[in-house]
Design a protein around this ligand. Structure first.
Ligand SMILES: NC(=O)c1ccc[n+]([C@@H]2O[C@H](COP(=O)([O-])OP(=O)(O)OC[C@H]3O[C@@H](n4cnc5c(N)ncnc54)[C@H](OP(=O)(O)O)[C@@H]3O)[C@@H](O)[C@H]2O)c1
Length: 156
């Protein structure tokens, strides 16, 4: 007997991908990455795509999709370990460690042809640094501004 699902829902199956993937690449983060990158970012092969929070649920998918699409892909992440994961495991072309206190120069070095698509997840200093490298007619899918939402508010 076929199982019934409510309208707009889908029964997930572990037969094709692990159940945990439905919380990531084939779940909401993956759909967010896909729609933001292709519907808003509209990258062309050969263009430079930069993404912040590159090792996170959304950013990791954005970069892998952009790479499959033939783009030069640059991530921004916090710390050497995360950057090594982004380039070594995820296959990005470069990753800038924003915690190394050399953000402007490191973003400039990683984006010799400027930035055509900036998929924004964090805002703050990362956004400032990438805007200095942004090309004419670039697209910026604004997915999130987590550095603003996690900022501590002064207690009244
Ligand atoms: N998950 C979804 O389905 C979904 C849907 C819609 C929108 N969004 C938005 O997309 C963005 C990323 O979501 P996610 O699920 O990929 O997040 P995530 O996996 O939880 O990753 C978030 C990453 O943001 C970075 N971060 C946090 N505070 C920061 C700060 N102050 N400055 C710079 N980087 C900071 C951290 O990476 P580092 O350690 O590298 O700094 C952290 O690991 C968020 O803004 C979220 O609101 C997500």
């Amino acid at each position: 007997m076929r199982s019934r699902t409510a309208p707009g829902t889908m029964k997930v199956s572990p037969k094709r991908v692990p159940l945990s993937a439905y919380l990531g690449a084939v779940g909401m983060p993956g759909v967010t990455a896909y729609v933001g990158l292709f519907d808003i970012g509209a990258p062309k092969p050969g263009e430079t795509v930069c993404v912040s929070a590159a090792s996170g649920a959304v950013g990791s998918v954005v970069g892998q999709l952009a790479k499959l699409h033939g783009c030069h892909v640059v991530g921004i992440a916090g710390g050497k370990e995360k950057c090594d994961y982004v380039t070594g495991e995820l296959g990005f072309d470069a990753c800038v460690d924003y915690k190394a206190n050399n953000l402007d120069a490191d973003v400039r070095a990683a984006t010799p042809k400027g930035v055509d698509v900036y998929f924004e997840n964090v805002g703050g200093p990362a956004l400032d640094a990438v805007l200095k490298r942004i090309n004419p007619f670039a697209r910026i899918p604004l997915c999130g501004l987590v550095s603003h939402t996690t900022r501590r508010r002064p207690t009244p």
